[in-house]
Design a binder for this molecule. Structure first.
Ligand SMILES: NC(=O)c1ccc[n+]([C@@H]2O[C@H](COP(=O)([O-])OP(=O)(O)OC[C@H]3O[C@@H](n4cnc5c(N)ncnc54)[C@H](OP(=O)(O)O)[C@@H]3O)[C@@H](O)[C@H]2O)c1
Length: 319
């Protein structure tokens, strides 16, 4: 049995699919068991249950102090021997000079709690998820410009399915205790380049509105950290590609949307989790908190001096 926390979320749902497709028993932890689809081998749980290993998903800045320590304590009590924690690229290895509210400092504390827990541990530090782009869907559908605080900063954007594939290997295989892996896609890409790919796919232009990073563009609880992160990306500071995904999974991480990639390695993709994602429900911090995915917020209008670029299949023009 593998216990997956955050099982209804971005990486957790992909991990549940991956583990089930490998024929393993999975306990999906959630606050709302009704959100877990019925599948053989899958049970929903609201609490820590006995298992060989646990995937620890810390939901960004949404949990009370002590959440992870309590979870790790419960895991030990339940006889769980191995924990794989999702963290984030750029988390400091030693000390944390970052301010307390910063995501890097928050992940550092969580990693430290895990290292001190006495459990077998592995940390996964992924870069920006490809699924963050789902938050652009309402604007693209409505023909509105997509706001881009990341400029032309390149990133090794990663498909969460590749993070899940690494997690599945590490949860079930040996030789990963005490390791920290930095997970990226195979190539660097900018937001305008991602939008150019999407323009190709939808077959019509997508406008990009370049905006300097500022706190009001992000959810309040991570506004400071996200603004700093966007500045870093913009300046080229997250232009990082690592070989870790391929080393662990023996397959090249994805670059294209699933529809263009052909069949998955393990079994069918059309279960309840996948269907939710196809409706463009995104639980990423950007989509969920901003309300943009449900169209609740008025998108910012172009301000004086802001560059508006239009991506058409095969060409890009800016004014
Ligand atoms: N998005 C990125 O680009 C990116 C990049 C690197 C690292 N990360 C890291 O990935 C993690 C989150 O990723 P995400 O934003 O995509 O979220 P996510 O995995 O979609 O997380 C949502 C999950 O967390 C659970 N959850 C939410 N609030 C909770 C609470 N108060 N208590 C317990 N469980 C709760 C939800 O479970 P239920 O609602 O079912 O209970 C849901 O399954 C963060 O640690 C973030 O720093 C994200």
């Amino acid at each position: 049995m593998i216990l997956v926390t955050g099982a209804t979320g971005t990486t957790g749902s992909a991990l549940v699919r991956d583990l089930l497709d490998r024929g393993l028993e999975v306990a999906a932890m959630t606050r709302d068991p009704a959100r877990v689809p019925a599948r053989p081998g899958l049970t929903a749980t609201t609490e820590v249950v006995p298992a060989e290993a646990m995937y620890l998903l810390p939901p960004a800045a949404r949990t009370p102090p002590g959440y992870e320590e309590n979870l790790l304590h419960a895991a030990k009590e339940a006889g769980i021997g191995r924990v794989v924690r999702l963290s984030a690229i750029g988390t400091p290895d030693t000390g944390h000079e970052l301010p307390p509210g910063h995501l890097g400092a928050w992940h550092f504390r969580g990693e430290l709690a895990l290292r001190r827990s006495g459990l077998e541990w592995t940390v996964l530090r992924p870069t920006t998820f490809a699924t963050n782009s789902l938050a652009w869907a309402p604007d693209i559908r409505a023909g509105r410009p997509v706001v881009n605080p990341f400029g032309d900063g390149k990133q090794g954007v990663i498909d969460p399915a590749d993070i899940a594939a690494v997690a599945a290997e590490v949860l079930t295989g040996d030789g990963h205790h005490g390791r920290t892996y930095t997970l990226t896609g195979p190539e660097l890409i900018t937001v305008p380049e991602q939008l150019a790919v999407l323009a190709d796919i939808v077959g019509r232009p997508i406008e990009v509105l370049d905006r300097e990073p500022s706190p009001e563009l992000f959810p309040p609880e991570i506004a400071e950290a996200a603004t700093a992160g966007a500045r870093l990306v913009r300046s080229g500071g997250n232009a990082i590609v690592t070989p870790d995904v391929e080393k662990i999974t023996s397959r090249r991480p994805a670059t294209r949307p699933p529809s263009e990639r052909g069949p998955r390695k393990h079994g069918p993709a059309d279960d309840g989790f996948r269907l939710k994602r196809n409706r463009f429900r995104t639980s990423s911090w950007w989509g969920e908190r901003s309300g943009r995915a449900s169209g609740q917020l008025t998108p910012p209008r172009p301000s004086a001096g802001a560059a508006v670029c239009t991506h058409r299949p095969a060409t890009t023009s800016c004014s």
